[in-house]
Design a binder for this molecule. Structure first.
Ligand SMILES: Nc1ncnc2c1ncn2[C@@H]1O[C@H](COP(=O)(O)OP(=O)(O)OP(=O)(O)O)[C@@H](O)[C@H]1O
Length: 332
């Protein structure tokens, strides 16, 4: 996981690297190496932590209600200093590679769903559901996800984070997605393209309802709930019969069905960890390891033929959501 995030980061930095950034590369590369080590260490000896996933503790400790920030894992989007305002600049580590953007000053905030380039059908569904314009957290987050960046969304409960990650996914996955430039109807994939993990059955079902609402009655089977406490064989049947594009579930049930060989997530393009601080707690450790090991890892990605936790997840974006401060002194 750490490697994925840092690899993606290095990728992006490498992709759009201005010469003046060269001195920063070695720092990032060093960090990348040290994360490799940490990740192996954690897997064998310690719990999963946000820090071990590659995120350094941010020094901001502002009021939760005000920390509606997207912590972007990529330095490729250069933000002019005049337009950004760190939530608290004092003490921010100079070598930290996260940029903390003040949401009001975010230069890429949008005012309408069409500005985001969403497909007309998705916009139509949004309007039908009464979602006329993106709210703050959505304006800021959606473009970052659409640009294929991994992201951590830290925002208070009820601020609209569910749609902030669902909409970019639905614009790329399933029946509402953009048409190919040639105008051809998108080919229906039969593999799972997005895995959304939530720590509780209630949250999982809430997310499923949001997706179903937007997909509409004809296509609602393209999302499958895999929450604990529900009938497992029915879930497995539905996976087989409906070939959903999106699964939403709790760690235990997802890991269980995956271990039984009834759920293939190797080809997934999006991995969302909602309430990530909870998901990384010891309670879910084993299940989360299984999910992280498999999601987005096509077999054969590892040249040595074994599943390596640091193996490539080149095409899979990781999006983490938390309402609480992720980077506590003790780690999460
Ligand atoms: N663009 C929008 N326009 C109007 N209402 C919206 C919009 N986006 C989300 N909402 C509404 O805001 C409310 C809160 O959204 P949501 O449940 O996604 O928040 P959340 O941060 O994910 O909450 P939770 O932490 O409970 O998961 C919901 O009733 C949702 O329908």
């Amino acid at each position: 996981m750490a490697a994925v995030i840092t690899m993606r980061l290095l990728f992006l930095v490498g992709d759009s690297l201005p010469i003046r950034k060269l001195p920063q590369i070695s720092r990032r590369a060093t960090f990348h190496n040290s994360i490799r080590f940490l990740s192996r260490f954690d897997r064998e000896n310690g719990p999963l932590t946000v820090a071990s996933l590659g995120f350094k503790r941010e020094s901001e400790t502002t009021n939760k209600k005000r920390t509606n920030n997207l912590q972007q894992l990529d330095a490729a989007i250069e933000v002019p200093k005049s337009k950004t305002k760190a939530v608290r600049s004092k003490g921010v580590k100079k070598d930290g590679f996260k940029k903390l953007l003040n949401i009001e000053a975010a230069p890429f905030a949008t005012k309408s769903f069409s500005e985001l380039g969403f497909p007309p059908l998705l916009i139509e569904r949004l309007w039908k559901e009464g979602f006329m314009v993106p709210i703050d957290v959505q304006s800021t987050t959606i473009l970052v996800i659409l640009k294929n960046h991994d992201a951590v969304i830290q925002s208070y409960t009820g601020s609209g984070t569910t749609l902030a990650y669902l909409l970019p996914i639905l614009s790329e996955v399933g029946p509402l997605k953009k048409k190919a430039p040639s105008g051809e109807e998108p080919v229906r994939k039969t593999e799972i393209e997005a895995v959304i993990v939530a720590p509780s059955r209630e949250l999982g079902m809430q997310i499923v309802k949001e997706v179903e609402k937007l997909l509409g009655p004809a296509d609602k089977k393209l999302v499958q709930q895999l929450v604990g406490g529900a009938n497992r064989s029915r879930q497995e049947e539905a996976l087989k019969k409906n070939k959903p594009a999106i699964v939403v579930g709790t760690p235990g049930r997802i890991a269980e069905i995956s271990a039984a060989g009834k759920l293939q997530t190797d080809g997934c393009r999006y991995l969302v960890l909602d309430e990530v601080d909870e998901l990384l707690s010891l309670n879910f450790r084993e299940d989360m390891h299984r999910i992280l090991e498999h999601a987005g890892r096509k077999s054969g990605a590892d040249p040595h033929g074994t599943r390596c936790p640091l193996g490539r997840r080149a095409e899979c974006q990781t999006i983490m959501v938390s309402a609480t401060v992720l980077f506590s002194d003790k780690g999460c």
